[in-house]
Design a protein around this ligand. Structure first.
Ligand code: ZN
Length: 312
């Protein structure tokens, strides 16, 4: 808990207070925008719930806390829908495993992150488990699109809404992370703190931070589109699309009065002079379409993005 981002702390304390008064719902749904830290918050909640002590937050010393920190607690199960959808067989297996008595402490905990990735059968299986809860079993769900969950699941959960931190909070928090300062150069892309950290962990900071200047070179005729896309491959093409779309989006918003990030000060007049606002929106839409087509098309995505940039 010591390292928990400050905007997550009130949410955690709210749940801890309910735990201590033994009035906590057996199902929790942590919601909020992508990248604000729902998963990090949910994992702290899980630690508190599985701890064997009577105190509000995890003691860190009991057998359960030690097993949790070793990631080997037998009464804790997790399903993550970030990469692929969550299927009914996965939920059924998990519910079966959790129907036994706790092997170690008093509570069992199921964590389902990115719960919007449950398909309808999986969601119904979770709903059934929530309607007929096993004793001392907690479900903790996270979702950035909680309205797409079954209303009957939502209504059975205590909703914990993570607020969007303001820019000062994000800057202060990034300053405490390893090499976090460099991430403030990507505020034109996103100010969602955990998304920024995830980009850094994936080694993609440079890919994004170089993009505005490479684009300037292209728009000034000093580089070809192929120059911008040097290093592009099927593993990072979505990042290029995201980066280019974010630049266009910022410029479109700025033309409507929003503040422009300092990293885009030079690029804005170049883009506006070349396209005007309506063509800028068309290019933005084309990039979004290209991104959504990446999964379903047989065409070479790298050729498609090069073709797109040739129209800039
Ligand atoms: Zn403990």
């Amino acid at each position: 808990m010591a390292n928990l981002a400050p905007w997550l702390l009130p949410c955690l304390q709210q749940v801890q207070a309910l735990k201590q008064t033994k009035s906590l719902s057996h199902a929790l749904l942590v919601t909020g925008a992508d990248g604000v830290g729902q998963e990090e918050l949910a994992r702290e909640m899980v630690k508190d719930l599985i701890c064997e002590s009577d105190q509000a937050s995890a003691c860190g010393h009991c057998h359960s806390c030690q097993l949790m920190s070793a990631d080997t607690h037998p009464d804790f199960r997790v399903l993550d829908g970030e990469e692929s959808s969550i299927k009914v067989d996965q939920v059924r297996l998990l519910v079966r495993q959790m129907s036994q008595k706790p092997q170690v402490g008093q509570n069992k905990v199921v964590l389902i992150t990115h719960a919007q990735a449950m398909n309808i059968n999986a969601a119904n299986a979770v709903l059934k488990a929530l309607e007929e809860p096993s004793e001392r079993t907690y479900f903790v769900l996270t979702s950035s699109q909680s309205t797409s969950l079954l209303p009957t699941i939502r209504s059975r959960c205590l909703l914990v809404n993570v607020p969007m931190p303001n820019l000062d909070q994000v800057k202060a928090w990034l300053g405490q992370q390893v090499n976090g300062e460099e991430l403030s150069s990507l505020f034109w892309l996103t100010t969602q703190p955990f998304r920024l950290v995830s980009i850094q962990r994936q080694g993609k900071t440079l890919l994004y931070s170089e993009l505005p200047n490479k684009l300037i070179e292209m728009l000034q005729g000093r580089a070809a589109p192929e120059g911008i896309l040097k290093g592009l491959d099927s593993g990072n093409i979505e990042d290029y699309c995201n980066g280019l779309a974010a630049i266009l989006h910022q410029c479109i918003c700025h033309s409507a009065g929003a503040t422009l990030d300092s990293a885009l000060q030079v690029i804005y007049p170049l883009l506006i002079n070349r396209f005007g606002i309506s063509s800028l929106m068309l290019r933005y839409q084309a990039l979004q379409k290209l991104k959504s087509d990446l999964q379903k098309t047989n065409l070479n995505p790298i050729m498609q993005l090069t073709h797109e940039l040739n129209q800039w």
